[in-house]
Design a protein around this ligand. Structure first.
Ligand SMILES: N[C@@H](CCC(=O)N[C@@H](CS)C(=O)NCC(=O)O)C(=O)O
Length: 283
């Protein structure tokens, strides 16, 4: 099967939703990671509303993540991502496409803005629904946000119980994207429990590697950044600065300007420590 083409930046939660579907179904794909708001005339032809994601399958062009996922479901029915009964299917679509998706997007916005109290509020109900319905496969973007919110609020034990429930929910499932999210949750939990230690840095390294495999470069870079900051804190300065520089370049390539600015500040702050330090230690 010729790989499908997904046009759209990894920064977009809608693109990521489609990538999760592709991963779960094991459909080969390639990504043209254009930055939202920038595309050229060719992009306008593909996506008249100039929105990502767009799926290109030969001469077929499909826009809108929900429509794309529906197409993928029909293109390759197994494994099905929806219940078999049509009434349950309608309920599932309403829940996932209309409600959970919007709730997850809002959580991402709150997290990116560092609004941790609001992130906690924004994740309360969706997380309750995911766990009550056991739809953990859909928690890829929600779960790390929840762990970040709980740990920021000092509710570390609750975060640990949530991560354990997420792990149980994925048991026996071949689901690379949710598993990468689980690795990310574990790293966030380690950071809250242990602070910046070698173990925490390794946990972020594992999360980054899991995101890389998918690939989900934006999530991988966020994890690398955390790994780098951890390493710098525990005096593995050259390795940390190297990783931070890699993250800086990666964010720049993706057009993630806020992240570029944040990492630039970290590099400027810690760069001088790097110059003072002659030590090199492995992570
Ligand atoms: N309902 C659409 C929403 C897609 C969407 O809003 N994508 C954003 C990126 S996260 C975008 O392309 N925004 C550019 C714009 O609206 O001009 C879907 O599910 O695909």
């Amino acid at each position: 099967m010729k790989p499908l083409l997904i046009v759209g930046s990894y920064l977009s939660p809608y693109v990521r939703k489609v990538l999760v579907c592709l991963e779960l179904k094991g459909i080969p794909y390639e990504v043209d990671p254009i930055v939202p708001f920038y595309g050229n005339d060719r992009f306008s032809e593909l996506s008249p509303l100039r929105r990502v994601p767009v799926l290109v399958d030969g001469d077929l062009v499909v826009t809108d993540s929900s429509v794309i996922c529906q197409y993928l479901e029909e293109l390759q029915p197994s494994p099905s991502l929806l219940p078999t009964n049509i009434r349950d299917r309608a309920r599932a679509r309403a829940l996932l496409d209309v409600w959970l998706e919007a709730a997850t997007a809002l959580a991402q916005v709150r997290w990116a803005a560092g609004e941790m109290d609001r992130l906690l509020d924004a994740t309360d109900e969706p997380v309750w629904t995911v766990s009550a319905k056991g739809i953990w496969l859909w928690a890829t973007d929600l779960a790390p946000a929840r762990v970040a919110a709980l740990t920021a609020a000092g509710r570390v034990d609750e975060a640990a119980r949530f991560v354990a429930a997420f792990a149980r929910g994925l048991r026996g499932r071949d689901a690379p994207a949710p598993r990468a999210a689980l690795a990310n949750c574990r790293a966030l939990l380690a950071a809250a429990r242990l602070g910046p230690t070698r173990a925490t840095a390794s946990a972020f390294g594992r999360a980054a590697a899991a995101w890389d495999k998918l690939p989900r470069p934006y999530d991988s870079l966020l994890a690398r950044e955390r790994q780098a900051l951890c390493l710098i804190e525990i005096d593995h300065i050259p390795t940390g600065l190297h990783l931070l520089t890699t993250a800086f370049r990666g964010f720049a390539e993706l057009g993630a300007r806020t992240d570029v600015d944040r990492v630039a500040v970290a590099l400027a702050t810690h760069g001088s420590r790097g110059r003072r330090s002659g030590r090199t230690r492995a992570a």
